[in-house]
Ligand binder design. Structure first.
Ligand SMILES: [Fe+2]
Length: 227
């Protein structure tokens, strides 16, 4: 009887370990079709960006973490990214950044910031347009590939920043840390098919498909913000 219990326990441990090792990051489904963001973001770019580029970050991240038996959330990895390799840094960033990016895009052209978010934007930046200008400046000035961000600092304030490659404000390696609530992808793969070298035109167009409902939801979900 005792041996049987030991055997069952061993089998359960093996099954549990196997399940843990199998928990992998997956490509998120979009709430819209690849063509829905036309004419601002073209269908072909969306298809390649989501199904090829984002998938590649996930594939590479899962491979890099193959021998890591500890299940971790993507946020946990990013907040401790200094302890991981550059491969994990680039691909975990790539996965998180694109997941956020898809969520803050929409085919609905009439979304607006919530009252709470709107009040904070007006208080800090004067107007939504001033904030958009600052974000577009950050995105334009980012040399080479990277991202422009609107984030919430640990002091509960919004701030605009940009990061190279697939870095983001969650990462412990950055000086300017916070919780991103809006991110604009300025890698050429995000716009080159339609806009070629005209990054500015892409940055003007993208505001037509920004999902302020989701940006507002993310803002309200930041734990340090007083609602
Ligand atoms: Fe991208």
């Amino acid at each position: 009887m005792k041996n049987r219990l030991l055997l069952i326990s061993l089998i359960l441990v093996l099954i549990f370990s196997s399940l843990q090792a199998q928990s992998k990051f997956e490509l998120p489904k979009l709430n819209y079709s690849y063509a829905d963001l036309e004419p601002f973001i073209d269908s072909q770019t969306m298809l390649i960006h989501h199904s090829k580029h984002h998938q590649a970050y996930i594939t590479n991240l899962n491979k890099a973490l193959e021998k890591d038996s500890i299940p971790r959330s993507i946020e946990e990895i990013l907040k401790n990214v200094s302890k991981f390799s550059m491969v994990v840094r680039n691909n975990a960033g790539g996965h998180y950044n694109h997941t956020l990016f898809w969520s803050i895009l929409t085919l609905d052209h009439d979304t607006k910031p919530s009252k709470v978010l709107n009040d904070v934007i007006i208080k800090q930046y004067g107007s939504i347009d001033s904030l958009k200008t600052l974000l577009n400046q950050a995105a334009s000035k980012q040399f080479g590939s990277g991202w422009a961000w609107l984030s919430v600092s640990k002091e509960n304030e919004l701030f605009v920043s940009s990061t190279p490659n697939q870095d983001n404000p969650l990462m412990d390696v950055l000086e300017n840390k916070g919780t991103p609530i809006l991110g604009i992808d300025v890698w050429e793969h995000a716009y080159y098919l339609k806009y070629q070298n005209k990054r500015g035109d892409y940055l003007s167009a993208i505001w037509n498909v920004i999902n302020w409902n989701e940006v507002s939801r993310r803002f309200s979900a930041v734990p340090t913000i007083e609602k």
